[in-house]
Design a protein around this ligand. Structure first.
Ligand SMILES: [Zn+2]
Length: 443
């Protein structure tokens, strides 16, 4: 009797270990070896998604057209698994927030292709996963947040004025999933807490009401997010934040939770020096870990601490570029037409505008002055330099196209074509040094 008990204990332990064997590092390796998304997410159009989905369909993944956008573009739902626990994910309801769409495509591909692996079998038999990648194809094709009607779909959960919002609600109501994943991108200059670290990924376990009523699903989601944090933190220590926790009565995450589908919000930011594909991989590992923990039940043994301990996101602390202590000549013209030069000394802060990766992104001067409480992703020591605007005066709101002159030079700042008449020592253009790289020292 005892032997029999011991034997079954060993078997249970073994199968639990096997199911739990899919570590974050193994998920990373699988993504590296097998991912099919070969276009950087911000360059992906609806037609590219259709090609990805054709590949999924060809491999046997269930892909169905479930609706149409305002301009009649197909919206698809992808499905995997036959288990009782219903998991629903949707991405890119904001058209210019694309990272998770690629991660979802890769995830379904990998699940389908690895059906012989224990961890995938467990997912397949425990979960039914449905995902809508790119809920807003019109916005995605224009690389804008809103839909073709100019509506923010994520503020349309109650009014349901957009076909995309109506579809999303209908898909939820018809199926009543047990858990939702709402997948977005956030500003690249969001900091993880009061630090100079970008929040490359942010999480929020979304409440269903302003009173922050918790329930079983909400508590489970805190554990799941903790599992996801532990999975990706080693790849980007200190770069995970908690999204601001304010109930938005008209948003989908909040209403999914209210309607009975406790929802997790994942916001992908950016990590300076890493390509977008790195963040696809992080999404893949995070969501893959959540599915695995749900399927094998290991989430029940995870403490919610990693989620509870996340630093809140902070905005306004980071800028793309800061040039410290530059001297800015300003040409003044009096009423009688006399020119005089004034000099001001300060830090110049410029941010890169968001564009698809395939387009050069302009930088715009956003602050000039004492920026000692702000960090730049790239910082330069401009104390030995004059800085002037290349095409426009150097001031807030103008392009961050900047000419740098060593301060021992004699320059006629009022010269008609300054760049031609007095070739600068360094030129910063479209976020790069196009002349004199290294002349202005990096801090
Ligand atoms: Zn968004």
């Amino acid at each position: 009797m005892l032997r029999c008990f011991l034997f079954s204990l060993v078997v249970v332990t073994l199968s639990a270990t096997m199911a739990a064997a899919q570590t974050p590092a193994e998920l990373a390796d699988i993504w590296e070896a097998e991912h099919i998304t070969n276009i950087l997410p911000s360059n992906v159009r609806h037609k590219d998604l259709k090609e990805y989905l054709d590949k999924l369909k060809g491999s046997g993944v269930r892909v169905a057209e479930v609706g149409k956008s305002v301009s009649n573009k197909e919206i698809y739902q992808v499905e995997f698994g036959t288990g009782p626990l219903k998991v629903f994910l949707w991405s890119q309801m904001h058209g210019d927030e694309p990272t998770a769409t690629s991660a979802l495509v890769d995830l379904f591909w990998v699940l389908r292709r690895n059906g012989d692996k224990e961890w995938v079998k467990k997912i397949e038999s425990s979960l039914t996963i449905r995902a809508v990648p790119m809920l807003n194809p019109d916005g995605a094709d224009m690389f804008i947040r809103r839909n073709m009607q100019g509506l923010d779909i994520n503020r349309d959960a109650l009014n349901l004025k957009s076909p995309e919002a109506r579809l999303l609600k209908q898909l939820r109501d018809a199926w009543s999933p047990n858990i939702g994943f709402n997948l977005h991108n956030q500003n690249a200059l969001t900091a993880a807490g009061p630090t100079n670290k970008q929040a490359a990924i942010s999480f929020l376990v979304v409440y269903g009401d302003a009173q922050r009523t918790t329930n079983e699903g909400h508590e489970r989601n805190k554990r799941l997010v903790s599992a996801m944090i532990k999975a990706i933190e080693p790849y980007m220590p200190g770069h995970i934040g908690r999204y601001e926790d304010e109930f938005t009565a008209t948003a989908f995450g909040d209403n999914f939770s209210a309607w009975g589908t406790p929802t997790i919000l994942i916001e992908t930011g950016a990590l300076h020096g890493k390509p977008e594909s790195f963040l696809v991989k992080m999404n893949f590992i995070a969501i893959g870990t959540a599915l695995k923990s749900l399927a094998d039940g290991s989430e029940r043994n995870i403490a919610p601490d990693a989620y509870l301990g996340l630093p809140n996101n902070v905005s306004g602390r980071l800028m793309s570029f800061i040039f410290r202590g530059a001297t800015i000549p300003i040409v003044k013209v009096s009423e009688t037409g006399e020119k005089s030069i004034e000099f001001s000394v300060g830090d110049i802060g410029a941010n890169r505008e968001r564009r698809r990766e395939e387009f050069a992104a302009p930088t715009v001067v956003r602050r000039i002055g004492d920026l000692s409480t702000i960090s730049g992703l790239e910082e330069y020591d401009a104390r030995d330099f004059y800085a002037v605007g290349r095409f426009q005066p150097l001031s807030v709101g103008n392009f961050g196209e900047i000419l740098f002159y060593k301060k021992d030079r004699k320059i006629d700042w009022a010269a008609a074509d300054l760049e031609e008449a007095f070739p600068p020592d360094a030129i910063f253009s479209l976020g790069q040094w196009i002349k004199g790289e290294g002349v202005v020292p990096r801090k």
